[in-house]
Design a protein around this ligand. Sequence first.
Ligand code: ASC
Length: 119
Amino acid sequence: AVQYRESAMFMMQEHFGRVAAMANGRVPFDATSAAANAQIVAQLAKLPWPAFAEGTQGGKAQDDIWKEQAKFKDLSAKMEAETAKLAEVAAAGQLEAIKAQVGRVGASCKACHDDFRKR
Ligand code: ASC
């Protein structure tokens, strides 16, 4: 379970990074690539949660995840929703809107990591 959820998040980071690099101007904007990668991120964002079942404590996950289930669910659902929105926005192909939504996705990753990922 630890390897599964960390793999899913690694893949998410890779594909989100490709969209974020365009949003940040580090690589040229390619609307087709942004849309494809954002779609992959939105699909990957659904995967980690069943792999946080009771008894799977470990890896980079803080034990607080299993003590504050409602809060963890809320933050993970928020990230899923923001990535779904990113896929939508990227499909429309407007760089300015993609930049704004990349910021919201990043903030939703960070919000959960701040409280629940080991440092
Ligand atoms: C990423 C990544 C995260 C988030 C976060 C944003 O690319 O791996 O965890 O963005 O750093 O603040």
